[in-house]
Design a binder for this molecule. Structure first.
Ligand SMILES: [Zn+2]
Length: 296
């Protein structure tokens, strides 16, 4: 009997992770459409995907995530125009990240919210990398989504600890208040810490140096990220983004011939990476930091 149960557990374990991987690859395929069309202000639903070279609609059997790109030898079946490695890249990345999110969060009711957040971050990272913009049609819904998730999970029994900022200063010092309202205040505080701090840095930099350092897209993106993650994980996001962004900046300048070049690196890339890292491992990172560096 126990042998049979163990077998069933193993089956569900693998079934769950394989399903989430395949689901991630399919969502990655959709994100490719978003990344390609949203900056061009095209509809993401109509028409069906077509080859950018010959404009021939892509057949369903040539549109299987990752596999079709490999089978086609990275070329359009019709006009032989090369297909960017970004397409299978985004599909594989989304599949792997979905796997990682499921592993880190577990199969709970919060998992769908975490997956949506991750998918939004992937689309923003790739759009910012290619077009140096973070479109309002993504960042505004992100903020709305964050606020709704904040309220819902404060109301679902058993999910009271989803947002760690509710148990931390200053929200734990607020007197009697329904949890959903406290969660909403946490969202506002997180949004201000995320979007507000970036806006302030941009303003100060503009006054001092006379150049635009921080795009408003980054500010809007971080209002949404901050609203969902809360102020602690948002500070961590900005720290991780600044650290990895500076590292990438140094590498770009070191590899370029022109040493005086001002590296133009879209910061949204690093904010997106930082936000996903903070969502998945933020709590562990923050408590490790506090235990290691804050004397008591
Ligand atoms: Zn073609």
């Amino acid at each position: 009997m126990s042998f049979f149960l163990m077998q069933a557990d193993t089956f569900y374990f693998w079934f769950g992770y394989i399903a989430i991987f395949l689901f991630g690859a399919a969502i990655g395929s959709f994100l490719n459409v978003v990344i390609h069309r949203v900056p061009r202000e095209d509809s993401i639903i109509f028409p069906n995907s077509a080859c950018p070279g010959c404009e021939k609609p892509i057949k369903p059997y040539d549109n299987i995530p990752i596999i079709s790109w490999l089978l086609l030898g990275a070329k359009c079946r019709n006009c032989k125009e090369p297909i960017s490695v970004r397409y299978p890249g985004v599909e594989l990345l989304t599949a792997m990240l979905f796997l990682l999110v499921a592993w880190a969060i577990g199969f709970t009711w919060f998992l769908p919210a975490a997956l949506i957040f991750t998918a939004v971050m992937i689309s923003l990272v790739f759009i910012d990398a290619e077009h140096m913009i973070l479109p309002d049609v993504i960042t505004f819904p992100l903020l709305g989504f964050a606020v709704i998730v904040r309220i819902i999970f404060a109301l679902v029994p058993g999910y009271e600890t989803t947002f760690s900022d509710l148990g931390a200063y200053p929200l734990n010092a607020v007197g009697d208040m329904p949890l959903w309202l406290l969660s909403l205040i946490g969202a506002a505080l997180g949004g201000l810490v995320g979007g507000g701090s970036l806006w302030l840095v941009g303003e100060i930099w503009k006054r001092l140096r006379g150049v635009e350092a921080m795009g408003l897209g980054d500010v809007k993106m971080m209002f949404g990220v901050g609203a969902l993650l809360g102020w602690r994980l948002t500070l961590l996001t900005i720290f991780l983004a600044a650290f990895t962004g500076a590292l990438a900046g140094v590498l770009v300048i070191a590899r370029s011939k022109d040493k005086d070049m001002q590296a133009q690196i879209p910061f949204g890339i690093f904010l997106g990476i930082g936000a996903v890292a903070a969502l998945l491992f933020g709590e562990q990172l923050v408590s490790w930091y506090v235990e290691t560096f804050i004397p008591r």
